[in-house]
Structure formats: structure tokens, C-alpha cells
Design a protein around this ligand. Structure first.
Ligand code: ZN
Length: 264
């Protein structure tokens, strides 16, 4: 076994371990970022290098679904800051305890809590070929600190914005159901499972996330407009924003992402 093959194996094992332990294929927030390092710790980057992908869009625009598809297609992890935070809360860490009230109120978690959690995650071996960022940045200051972090780590980035009209978003959000086992997401209006309330893949009872209730949805949309729009404007001013019609079928959105990123 060559050293390269061993590295590749370790990477696969590490990735599977992470996915198993965190189940973090689906995120809560608004942006997906794709980043790819050219060289990793002095090792020549292989041809399967993907880079860093940032997925942006309002809550309910399908970022998680597209993240899942990119993950399956390119074998790079989806980093969901929502899941990272929920994990901290679940484990009762200091950061988790501090972040919890913000999350319950549907507000942005302060950068002082989010940045160290994110930097640590992006330094793990499964991110070497690139990663998908789902749910971050959600505000201008986060976009700026993310830029610094990605620059420091040598990740080029591609920013995708999934655009969806507000009326449709409300249905998308209130109708969303998630499989707690495999994290696949459905929508009772647009993408129902074959058997009502059950996951197509594993038959698990689907659940509605606590932050998908009407009251929290309204607040999340307001937060998106007030906080995230400036981050979008920031990327747009840099000429780096790739706009995609998120009201298309998930298949069409996925195909457009692949083609616009030149990943095919
Ligand atoms: Zn499932």
C-alpha cells in the first residue's frame, strides 16, 4: 500500500466516523461555501480536490438538500454550524451553554462563540479536499471573518445563492420534515415521502425541527433579511456571487450548481 493510498484510506475512515458520530449532513442556516486547498500539509493535492463551497440562501431554500447532494457526489463533508452548535449544546460544553439562549430565540450566535468552533472543525482531516458550508456566514461580520479564515488556510471559495420567493419559503419551512436517522429532508407540500410521515430510505418516523415552527420561521426570515442580506451584498460586490433559482426542482438546482461550479 502506498503512502498516498494509506492517507486516502485514513481520510475515508475519518469521514465516515465523523458522519456517523455527528450525523451532520443537514444544517439550519443560510449559506453554503465550497473551499478547496491546493496543497495539504506539503502533500501534492490530488485530482479529486474539490475546494470550498459556500451555500447561501434564506431558510427553507434547500441548502441542506443541495449540501447532501454535493456530499454524495464529491465525498466532501457538509459543515453545518447549526449542527455544530446543537452538538455543543447536547454535550453541555461551555460554548454550548452560552449559545443555547440565542438559538432558542432564533437569533444569531455571536462570532466569539462561533469562530473557534468553526475553525476547529475545518482543521479536521476530512476537510482537506474541500467542504460544503451550510448555515454560515449569516451576517456580514461572519462573512469577513470567514474570508480571513479561508485565506489563512489557502481555500479558494465559491459562493452560491439559492433564491426563492417569500410566499414559497413559508410553505417550504412549515412543511419541512426531517429523518432523524439519515438526515434526509422532505416537504409535505412539495416533496412528500412515499408513505406519509416515514422516510423513504429507512422507514424512520419523520420529525419537524423545533426551529421550523411558524413563530420561529417568521423570526428567522426577518433575521435573514436584516443580518444575512448585507453578507450577500458583500459577496456580490466582490463579484463572487453565483445566483441560482432555488424554486426549481432539487435535481435542476443540483445540476445548475455542478455546471456553474465547473465540477462536472
Ligand atoms: Zn431516513
Amino acid at each position: 500500500m502506498t503512502e498516498r493510498a494509506i492517507h486516502s484510506d485514513l481520510r475515508q475512515i475519518s469521514r465516515r466516523k465523523f458522519l456517523r458520530e455527528s450525523g451532520s449532513l443537514i444544517g439550519a442556516a443560510s449559506i453554503l461555501v465550497l473551499v478547496a486547498p491546493r496543497r495539504v500539509r506539503g502533500v501534492e493535492a490530488d485530482s479529486s480536490q474539490v475546494g470550498a463551497i459556500i451555500l447561501l440562501g434564506p431558510p427553507g431554500a434547500g441548502k441542506s438538500e443541495q449540501g447532501r447532494r454535493l456530499n454524495e457526489r464529491h465525498s466532501i463533508p457538509v459543515i453545518s454550524t447549526g449542527d455544530l452548535l446543537r452538538d455543543q449544546v447536547k454535550r453541555g460544553t461551555q460554548l454550548g451553554l452560552q449559545a443555547d439562549p440565542y438559538m432558542k430565540a432564533g437569533k444569531l450566535v455571536p462570532d466569539s462563540l462561533m469562530n473557534p468552533i468553526l475553525e476547529e472543525r475545518l482543521s479536521q482531516p476530512d476537510c482537506e479536499r474541500g467542504f460544503i458550508l451550510d448555515g454560515y456566514p449569516r451576517a456580514l461580520a461572519q462573512a469577513e471573518s470567514l474570508d480571513s479564515l479561508l485565506k489563512k488556510k489557502g481555500f479558494p471559495r465559491h459562493v452560491i445563492l439559492l433564491e426563492v420567493p417569500t410566499e414559497r419559503l413559508l410553505k417550504l419551512l412549515s412543511g419541512r420534515r426531517v429523518c432523524p436517522r439519515c438526515r434526509r429532508s422532505y416537504n409535505i407540500y412539495f416533496q412528500p415521502p412515499k408513505n406519509e410521515g416515514l422516510c423513504d430510505d429507512d422507514g424512520t418516523q419523520l420529525v419537524q425541527r423545533p426551529d421550523d415552527t411558524e413563530e420561529v420561521i417568521q423570526r428567522r426570515l426577518e433575521t435573514y433579511q436584516n443580518e444575512t442580506q448585507p453578507a450577500i451584498d458583500y459577496y456580490s460586490a466582490q463579484g463572487r456571487l453565483i445566483r441560482i433559482d432555488g424554486a426549481q426542482t432539487p435535481e435542476k438546482v443540483a445540476a445548475e450548481i455542478e455546471s456553474k461550479l465547473g465540477l462536472q
